[in-house]
Write a protein that binds this ligand. Structure first.
Ligand SMILES: [Fe+2]
Length: 372
């Protein structure tokens, strides 16, 4: 069965849960540092709400805005600005949450953020408390101790991650209404990421009974609601997707991910693609590659989903193409001469070793070339 352990933030999920945030931070000090994305928190009104409520509590507020696919240098700047703050609120998609978590976790470290990404430095100081408020249903970052960032190494852009308990938020507050203004394209890519988290952790070599239970429920929620969330975007489908995304974050924390994420991080760094799009492109092909090693679990999952196990992977592929995820790498501008660079980028990923079927560089090459 294997051992497992997990540390999670306190999780508050449901309609109007955003209203609990002011009282959660009332016991912390005066200075709030809010990390937000480009527009989602303004559109959903959550930023205005936080500014108004925190001001009424007498808090001083600094706001730091991040762009998609943030870098270690962005976190360096955020850490510099956050010194002296009493707590951090991350509000936005995965990029804002990952920067918020790394800022809270590394704020009093001396070394640059890239040193923690490449294991040249160890975290030795205490974090400041933080709250994560997702406005997209995708990364599950609100419950993980991971921050995914881009940094330069030997002249190449590398996408990799910091894993540390310091990065775990104190609270994850998931209010589905904050995701109502998420546009269809981001709903689709975030949903493809969440689906990849649940499926990869279900089939991971690190899977255990707890992660399996959580991942299966996440897969069912996402398979049944992602298309409707993209097309209609009503509250019920958003709520189901946010829960699916949360379950993906918990299951990946328990079980780890696989080759989809190794390839997606490498491709994302090379092409600047949204992470969920990169995951969605690779997911069906990697599942087909893994199929000889995951037959038993495919059957368990198919029974749970009341589907035929022989068509499950194709159902995943149909769902992804139905929400506009590109079917191949040509559509996102990858050329044959870039295949080796994608394979090299996979070396920085911790996920490859948990893939249920071992992958040699030749296997990675075949998977990438089959998508060209
Ligand atoms: Fe992901």
């Amino acid at each position: 069965m294997g051992n497992f352990k997990i540390e999670l933030p306190k999780i508050i999920f449901g309609r109007d849960s955003i209203e609990e945030v002011p009282s959660l931070c009332s016991r912390w000090g005066k200075r709030a540092f809010i990390v937000t994305g480009q527009s989602s928190s303004q559109k959903s009104g959550v930023l205005d709400f936080l500014i108004s409520e925190l001001s009424q509590l007498g808090k001083e507020i600094a706001i730091f805005s991040v762009h998609p696919e943030p870098s270690a240098l962005d976190v360096d700047r955020a850490r510099e600005s956050a010194r002296g703050s009493d707590f951090v609120i991350g509000v936005g998609g995965g990029s804002a949450l990952d920067v918020a978590k790394a800022t809270a976790g590394l704020v009093y470290e001396e070394e640059p953020t890239a040193d923690f990404l490449f294991s040249k430095a160890e975290i030795s100081t205490n974090p400041i408390p933080s709250i994560a408020l997702p406005t997209t249903a995708g990364t599950g970052s609100e419950v993980t101790q991971v921050s995914v960032l881009i940094a330069e190494r030997n002249g190449e852009r590398i996408k990799t991650s910091i894993h540390h308990p310091n990065l775990l938020p104190c609270y994850a507050v998931l209010d589905p209404s904050l995701t109502l203004t998420c546009p269809p394209s981001i709903t689709a890519s975030a949903g493809a990421d969440a689906l990849s988290h649940c499926l990869e952790s279900f089939f991971s070599l690190g899977a255990n009974p707890l992660s399996d239970t959580i991942a299966m429920q996440g897969i069912a929620l996402i398979m049944n609601n992602l298309k409707r969330a993209v097309e209609r975007g009503d509250y019920e489908s958003r709520e189901a997707m946010l829960l699916g995304s949360l379950l993906g974050g918990i299951s990946l924390s328990l079980a780890h991910l696989g080759a989809v994420h190794s390839l997606a991080h490498s491709l994302g760094a090379l092409k600047g693609l949204p992470h969920g799009v990169a995951c969605g492109i690779f997911l069906p092909t990697v599942l087909r590659f893994n199929q000889p090693k995951i037959e038993d679990k495919l059957q368990i999952l198919a029974r749970y989903l009341e589907m035929d196990s022989s068509s499950l992977i194709e159902k995943v592929a149909d769902l992804l193409s139905g929400i506009g995820i590109p079917k191949n790498l040509r559509e996102v501008g990858v050329r044959e001469e870039e295949v080796d660079r994608i394979i090299e980028g996979c070396a920085y990923s911790r996920s490859l070793k948990y893939n249920p079927r071992p992958l040699s560089p030749t296997d990675l090459s075949s998977i990438i070339k089959s998508l060209l």
